[in-house]
Design a protein around this ligand. Sequence first.
Ligand code: C2O
Length: 544
Amino acid sequence: AETHYHEFNVQETPVKRLCRTKNILTVNGQFPGPTLEGRNGDTLVIKVINNGQYNISLHWHGIQQMRTPWADGPEYITQCPIQPGASYTYSYTLDNQEGTLWWHAHSRWLRATVYGALIIRPKPSVPYPFGQPNKEIPILLGEWWKGDVDAILQQALFTGAGPNFSDAYTINGQPGDLYRCSSKDTVKFYVDPGDTVLFRVINAALHQQLFFTVAEHLLTVVGADADYLKPFSTRVIMLGPGQTTDVLLIADQPPARYYTAATAYASAQNAPFDNTTTTAILEYTSFPCDSKTGSFLKPILAQLPAFNDTTTVTAFTTQLRSPSRVEVPIDIDENLFFTVGLGIVNCNPGPRCQGPNGTRFAASMNNVSFVFPRRASLLQAYYQGIPGVFTTNFPPVPPIKFDYTGNVPRALSQPTFGTKLYKLNFGANVQVVLQDTGIFSTEDHPIHLHGYSFYVVGQGFGNFNPSTDTSNFNLMDPPRRNTIDVPVGGWVVIRFVADNPGVWLMHCHIDSHLIWGLAMAFLVENGPGMLQSVRPPPLDLPRC
Ligand code: C2O
């Protein structure tokens, strides 16, 4: 196994998009940031130097960080942020995962521009189970704001209302030729006829679930969230923020230029979204074009589903399976039921209460709206025994039973606030039912668990019913993921073994929902021996 050393310089960089130039935070001046690559078993060592003006931390989304929770990255959860002028070195191994992950800032909304791909290939001389592609192309889907992203966050935080929509979606940092002033910078992917291309698609958008497609070409899904899947073909894939999907494309169409495109999937009627489309161009190298006059034939258009096409999404997600039989935890020690949803908080009419009817948005799990600590990170507080930073009374089930997706008692739209953790014994078999609620509106929530990949054993619409739904669980070959979409007005059930000690955030990867409190954290206790325990913190771990 190898060790790969990197230096990540966080800095302000001027970038021009949508006809205007603004400074954005980047790593090493690159946008999107550098791609990290390694093989299963390798170690990554990344020294992050903060030359920007904001506190920042970086998260390696989907890396399990077995025994190294100090390298996980979410600010105030596993570390205090890296202050301007300071640095911190993240060091971790790539263990038992292969495929596509990504990294991003985990401080406020800085991940809007601070993100990149993280690719894990098999050990030397181990082939991909789906054969060898001729080309591998990372595709990072994102969102772009004309204004300053931090100002948009402040606006959402301090008015209590929803954030401004982004001004464009992007593919590898570029909006593409359907947006103003963007045509000549449209990203191009070149293929030779007959090529097999592996697209590693990552949804790095802050708020938006996205459909992705390539005109006239079938996509064969072969992996997601750095685990292989049983291959199947589809015209379109959907990714929630945080999710990755690996697809193969065979260049078997007449040589031409084809649109590669992504656009919003907005599950709920009143879910905010921007109905524009970002494009890149898949161009066959043999395609004749007049480079002197620059006159290209228009690319062949891509067909994307309607923004509210939940049927297509369900048809897609229910096809995801592990390649063969997997070991799903069967005897459940912790049977948890968490509601996830948006709510509103009554507040005194005024500038901070510009949500619906003079309220303020809040979001919660089991009616607890998560509050990030400030004095110390949760992991430090746990490891060093600092009292008063968190409590361990996160409720295992909702405070009261109700019709989650139907008529909802008004009292439930008023969450309580707290830094509540749920404690798990080392090695416990855990099942979590994630149930969307209609307290404010039903909406998809891409829920991400740090420190683990979990099996997705079931999903459905309406209220989860243990006596009928449990018998339909897939305990044979469910997919393994780190981020799962809780379907609009529905539920999803995940299982994992709590074998990675530490403090692990679980949250909605839509960042507006995260700042409104749609999060909780698990505290997984050390196991019996040294090898099942959290390693000591690195000496340069930032302090609050
Ligand atoms: Cu990709 Cu907690 O995040």
